[in-house]
Design a protein around this ligand. Structure first.
Ligand SMILES: Cc1cc2nc3c(=O)[nH]c(=O)nc-3n(C[C@H](O)[C@H](O)[C@H](O)COP(=O)(O)OP(=O)(O)OC[C@H]3O[C@@H](n4cnc5c(N)ncnc54)[C@H](O)[C@@H]3O)c2cc1C
Length: 218
C-alpha cells in the first residue's frame, strides 16, 4: 500500500465484510444437506407424517432461508466504488454473519431431535457387513444389525444407517468443523460483527428520527 497505512483498518473491515457476506451462501448450502438428511431420517424412521416433524422441517427451512436472504440482501444493496469494483453493504453483511453464528446451531438441534439417538449409537459399517457369529441363534453380527435396525419394509436398513452417519458427521463430526465452529468463528468471532454493527448501525440517525416523530426539539 506504499505506506498508506491510514487505509489499513478500512481494508480489514471491507475484506471481513466480503467474507461475512459469503457465509449467507456457503452455510446455507450445508444447511440444505442437513435439512434433507433430517427429512430422509424421519422418512426411514417411519415418522415423516407426524405434525411436529413437519413443523421442525419448516422451522429449519425458515432459519436457513433467512440466512440466504441476508446474503442476497447485502449483495443487492452493494454499490460501485470509485475504482469500479462493487462493495457489499457492510451493515447487512455483518448482520448476515451474526445470524450465521446462531441459526446453524438451532438447525442442528432440530436435526438431532428428528434423527433420534441412533445417529450416534448406530453400529458401524463393519458391524453391518460382519459375518462373525453373534449370540446363540447362529446369526451373524451383520444379520442381527439388519434385523433389529429395520423399520419400514420398503426401506433398506443400510440406507437408514448411511443417512444417520451423514447426519452424525454434519452435526458432530469433521463436517461440523465447517458447519458449527466455522459458523461461529469463521470470518471473525461474533463480537467482531457486533463491533461493526455498532459502527455501521447509525444509532445517532435513529435517535434523530425518533426525536422528529415524537416532536422533541433538540
Ligand atoms: C473451520 C474454520 C475455518 C476457517 N477458515 C478461515 C479461512 O478460510 N480464512 C481465514 O482467514 N480464516 C479462517 N478461519 C479463522 C477465523 O477467521 C478465526 O477463527 C476467527 O477470526 C476467530 O479467531 P480465533 O479462532 O483466533 O479466536 P480468538 O480470537 O482466540 O477468539 C476466541 C474468543 O476470544 C474473544 N477475544 C479475542 N480477542 C479478544 C480481545 N482482545 N478482547 C476481548 N475478547 C477477545 C473472541 O471474541 C472470542 O469470543 C477459520 C476458522 C475456522 C474455525
Amino acid at each position: 500500500m506504499a505506506g498508506e497505512y491510514e487505509f489499513a483498518g478500512m481494508m480489514v473491515e471491507r475484506f471481513a465484510g466480503y467474507h461475512r457476506q459469503s457465509y449467507g451462501g456457503c452455510k446455507v448450502g450445508v444447511g440444505d444437506v442437513v435439512i434433507g438428511a433430517a427429512a430422509l431420517a424421519a422418512e426411514y424412521n417411519g415418522a415423516e407424517k407426524a405434525s411436529h416433524i413437519k413443523d421442525k422441517l419448516i422451522e429449519m427451512t425458515h432459519l436457513n432461508e433467512t440466512l440466504f436472504c441476508c446474503g442476497i440482501a447485502c449483495s443487492a444493496e452493494g454499490h460501485p466504488t470509485k475504482a469500479g469494483n462493487y462493495q457489499i453493504d457492510l451493515l447487512l453483511a455483518n448482520v448476515c454473519k451474526q445470524n450465521v453464528t446462531r441459526f446453524p446451531y438451532e438447525i442442528v438441534r432440530l436435526a438431532e431431535d428428528i434423527a433420534g439417538g441412533l445417529m450416534v449409537t448406530m453400529p458401524s459399517q463393519k458391524d453391518f457387513e460382519s459375518d462373525l457369529p453373534a449370540g446363540r441363534g447362529g446369526e451373524s453380527v451383520g444379520e442381527i444389525c439388519r434385523k433389529y435396525f429395520a423399520t419400514r419394509e420398503d426401506v433398506d436398513v443400510e440406507d437408514r444407517q448411511k443417512v444417520l452417519r451423514l447426519l452424525e458427521n454434519l452435526c458432530l463430526g469433521t463436517a461440523a468443523v465447517g458447519y458449527r465452529t466455522e459458523s461461529m468463528h469463521g470470518a471473525g468471532s461474533p463480537q467482531a460483527q457486533r463491533i461493526m454493527i455498532s459502527r455501521q448501525g447509525n444509532i445517532q440517525g435513529k435517535k434523530d428520527l425518533a426525536r422528529a416523530i415524537a416532536g422533541i426539539e433538540k
